[in-house]
Design a protein around this ligand. Structure first.
Ligand SMILES: Nc1ncnc2c1ncn2[C@@H]1O[C@H](COP(=O)(O)OP(=O)(O)OP(=O)(O)O)[C@@H](O)[C@H]1O
Ligand SMILES: [Mg+2]
Length: 397
């Protein structure tokens, strides 16, 4: 596995049980996965030589992130290395522009979008969006009539700008209301994708795993909540979600996996619009934060199924083992000593599962997650949120 973060670390738990020898290429010897994986190579995932040396010991190379350049992956393939998912699939998780045009061509529902060249082009795109459409809703907590959109430098409707590459956890994503705000994303000098700002009811994720033989499994569709573009909470399955729509979301994810030839776990991030439609936000081709709940909450975790898939082994059941699972991410707090809070949470709620990534605690950094299973989703939410808040130091007793 290229990348030594928490995803590789959690994959090791599954690898141990399966009897699979997992090796990682980590940037630093103290990375989350490097701490628990003896077969760690420290190297640069962007350096072809490091990748080549690392791959020599591997039957299959897979990833815990999207950052290895496609040209390097093609180079590895040319040298006989088995890369799963392959670069032709992975590009759709690396480049949001490529992903949008491919999915749109395949008839997969996406937000309206196009590549924009400068702030003036963003202004024109916003005008295109409003052609024939009703006036924008109050998306920024302000009355539409008094919003900057009505001002001289305002956009006809708010849009979301995204750098096509390199974004994660909301970095590289800007909701913008004016031509002035639209200047920032162009400063990096990389292509910028503009999208309509979707007035979603909530965000969902449909996670599937697919093997090279074409076997695929779909996990229950989950609701995910983002704060500042970062996933904070996941409820599985998405509450109050009609069965028909859940099946549609699973079919959509399976169709994307087959269409793009994905091998391994594919997470399809979705918007549920207020009028009950599903739109694809983006794709990830690796274990995903929205399926961490599967470690305790499903018969087979996403990490195990990722390994089974990339090794072309039969896949495990994705079925949930409890009516609901709630996962809440733990972020580094201030002050940074979380040990007494950790002891408190273990003792307060013995049914709560804490996952600690072994990362240095820095304010705002994702350092772990908690999961609880049960029947009453409000009770589960309350317990998981309490633990995550307590660990962060947000609760003063
Ligand atoms: N077109 C849109 N309309 C409304 N909100 C959006 C839109 N695109 C993105 N967002 C919001 O911004 C968040 C981050 O966007 P996106 O998932 O594209 O970025 P990312 O930083 O690459 O995320 P990740 O960490 O999942 O890779 C989304 O989860 C959603 O809350
Ligand atoms: Mg995202």
């Amino acid at each position: 596995m290229v990348g030594g973060g928490q995803l590789a670390r959690m994959t090791q738990q599954a690898a141990i049980a399966l009897g699979v020898r997992l090796a990682v290429l980590a940037a630093r010897p103290d990375d989350a996965a490097a701490q628990v994986i003896p077969a760690t190579t420290v190297g640069d995932e962007k350096a072809m030589d490091d990748l080549r040396i690392f791959a020599k010991q591997c039957d299959v190379v897979t990833f815990d992130h999207e950052h290895v350049p496609a040209s390097h992956l093609r180079g590895l393939q040319a040298a006989g290395v088995v890369v799963r998912p392959g670069p032709e699939a992975l590009i759709h998780a690396q480049d949001k522009g490529v992903m949008r045009s491919r999915l749109a061509a395949a008839g997969i529902p996406c937000p309206r979008h196009r590549i924009v060249s400068d702030p003036a082009d963003v202004v024109a795109f916003a005008v295109e969006l409003t052609a024939g459409a009703p006036p924008p809703r109050d998306l920024f907590g302000q009355a539409a009539a008094s919003s900057p959109a009505a001002g001289p430098s305002g956009l006809a409707t708010p849009v979301v700008l995204k750098t096509t590459r390199g974004g994660y956890d909301g970095k590289g994503v800007w909701p913008v209301r004016s031509a002035d705000e639209a200047a920032e994303p162009f400063r990096a000098g990389v292509p910028v994708l503009a999208e309509e700002l979707v007035d979603f009811r909530r965000e969902l994720a449909a996670v599937v795993a697919r093997s090279p033989s074409g076997q695929a499994v779909a996990y229950p569709v989950v609701e995910s909540a983002q704060r500042n573009g970062i996933c904070v909470e996941v409820v599985a399955p998405a509450p109050d979600f009609p069965d028909g729509l859940a099946v549609e979301a699973q079919r959509l994810a399976l169709a994307v996996a087959a269409e793009l030839g994905v091998v391994g776990v594919l997470a399809v991030e979705l918007f549920e619009t207020r009028d009950g439609r599903l739109l694809v936000n983006e794709l990830a081709m690796r274990p995903h934060n929205t399926a961490h709940w599967t470690i305790e909450g499903a018969v087979t975790s996403q990490f195990e199924n990722h390994l089974r898939a990339v090794l072309d082994l039969p896949l495990g059941s994705p079925v949930a083992v409890a009516p609901y699972a709630v996962m809440v991410n733990v972020f580094g707090g201030d002050p940074p000593d979380m040990y007494s809070a950790y002891r408190h949470c273990l003792s307060r709620d013995p049914a709560l599962k804490i996952h600690w990534y072994g990362k240095e605690i820095r304010p705002g950094r994702k350092v772990g997650h908690v999961t609880v299973l049960g029947e009453d989703v409000n009770d589960l939410r309350g317990r998981a949120r309490h633990a995550a808040d307590y660990l962060r130091g947000n609760i003063d007793d």
